[in-house]
Design a protein around this ligand. Structure first.
Ligand SMILES: Nc1ncnc2c1ncn2[C@@H]1O[C@H](COP(=O)(O)OP(=O)(O)O)[C@@H](O)[C@H]1O
Ligand SMILES: [Mg+2]
Length: 395
């Protein structure tokens, strides 16, 4: 029978989710078993591992993600190289955890973001929004022989949305607890918040990107300390907050904008870093004080967006943290202080490794797409209609 029909009919699917976020640190790969019982999703995580990018891959991603650098041929080649890389890591995950390729039904791959242009921009007289995520799903399907769903953000953008954040629906499926209003905070390169009011209605869920989480911290530790990131937040703990710089950085218009909103390296990448470097030079700031100040920028803008925009805040009982930033103890300490008395936990308390949540999200989207189900929440992305997300490449 046609592979696609088999997948549509199959009740219980083993799906690999692949995610390489804006931090460009590597690909998070998870294997999940997903099924529905009486209309409820059952998601069991069977395996998870992060496969880091080599330095030259990371550097080329950063180079191509910089809007001032344009090289279309290089981009097209990296699209294929990353597709092959993702395919190899999917197969490695299968082997590393003792599974066999024939047991795997599907791969859901987010791809590497090179551009996220969610605001309408005039092109030949038409206002358009445009994304670019590379790591061609056709290459993944062709190399692994496993049907792959990729390029999931475009359908939401084609429906008028920003294409992001998409994770609120996954957060609803993973963490929602009727009667207990909660907030989920993903600390990747960018921070995104999901508000789960504790009802069973998907349309009650909302969320948005608050701004940077690790993105600026990573850039500064790389530039001034030669380190990929601020391990455990040690540098941030060693410095002091420079209030003038913090106030200056907080003036960025993104923080004041009302949701729906999403952002990326276009806003908080090289250009933002340049402003910080100039300020450092002019005011002779210590490098560690810069790291403390931008770490504070991340946590304070998360706190302020929450307390400024979330109306149900008084009832929120729990803040659930996920993403690589949970390992930054400066972040977690300050978030606990800022959100007090709200209980702060990591996704681990729900049985999900905090580093795996986003990869799990894209496994989930692959499931929804194969079943012909929509994956965006209109209120979150600003889309005019719900859309089945992604492109299906048969393996
Ligand atoms: N031990 C650690 N201490 C501090 N920060 C960490 C640690 N481990 C990971 N991180 C941070 O997490 C980031 C990766 O998080 P991730 O959720 O993969 O983000 P993205 O989705 O943007 O790739 C790293 O770039 C780094 O900033
Ligand atoms: Mg990552």
């Amino acid at each position: 029978m046609n592979k696609l029909i088999l997948l549509i009919k199959k009740k219980r699917l083993k799906i690999i989710g692949l995610l390489s976020g804006t931090s460009a640190d590597g690909v998070d790969a998870c294997l999940a078993e997903i099924m529905e019982i009486k209309g409820r999703m059952r998601i069991r995580q069977l395996a998870f591992k992060t496969y880091p990018f080599s330095e030259d891959v990371g550097n080329l991603i950063f180079k191509l993600s910089d809007p001032t650098y344009q090289n279309l041929d290089e981009l097209l080649r990296l699209d294929v190289v990353l597709g092959k890389f993702f395919a190899r890591k999917a197969v490695k995950l299968i082997k590393d955890f003792g599974y066999e390729k024939k047991e795997i039904d599907l791969i859901g791959s987010h791809g590497q973001t090179i551009r996220h242009l969610p605001r309408p921009f005039l092109c030949l007289g038409q206002k358009v929004k445009a994304p670019c995520h590379i790591g061609d799903p056709s290459v993944i399907a062709g190399t692994t022989g496993i049907t792959t769903v990729g390029d999931v953000r475009r359908a939401d953008m084609a429906s008028g949305g920003e294409g992001a954040p998409l994770s609120p629906l996954a957060h609803f499926m993973l963490f929602n607890s009727p009667g207990t209003p909660q907030v989920v905070l993903n600390l990747g390169g960018i921070a995104n918040l999901t508000i789960l009011p504790g009802t069973e209605i998907i349309d009650d869920v909302w969320g948005f990107d608050t701004g940077p989480a690790n993105m600026i911290v990573d850039s500064l530790t790389k530039k001034y300390f030669g380190k990929k990131f601020d391990r455990d937040g040690r540098i941030a703990f060693s410095g002091k907050v420079n209030l003038r710089l913090l106030t200056f950085l907080k003036k960025d218009g993104y923080f004041k904008r009302k949701p729906p909103k999403s952002t990326g390296r276009e806003r908080f990448g090289k250009g933002f870093l340049k402003k910080i470097a100039e300020y450092k030079k002019m005011h002779r700031l210590k490098s560690e004080d810069l790291v403390t100040t931008v770490s504070e920028l991340s946590v304070q803008t998360i706190g302020e967006s929450f307390f400024g925009l979330v109306k149900t805040k008084k009832q929120i009982q729990r803040l659930i943290l996920a993403g690589g930033g949970v390992h930054n103890q400066y972040f977690t300490l300050r978030l606990k202080e800022l959100f007090s008395p709200i209980e702060v936990v990591t996704s681990e308390s729900f049985g999900y490794n905090p580093d795996s949540i986003e990869a799990l999200t894209f496994a989930l989207f692959a499931y929804l797409t194969i079943k012909g189900r929509t994956g965006n929440i209109k209120k979150v992305t600003g889309a005019k209609k719900e859309a089945v997300l992604g492109k299906i490449c048969l393996g």
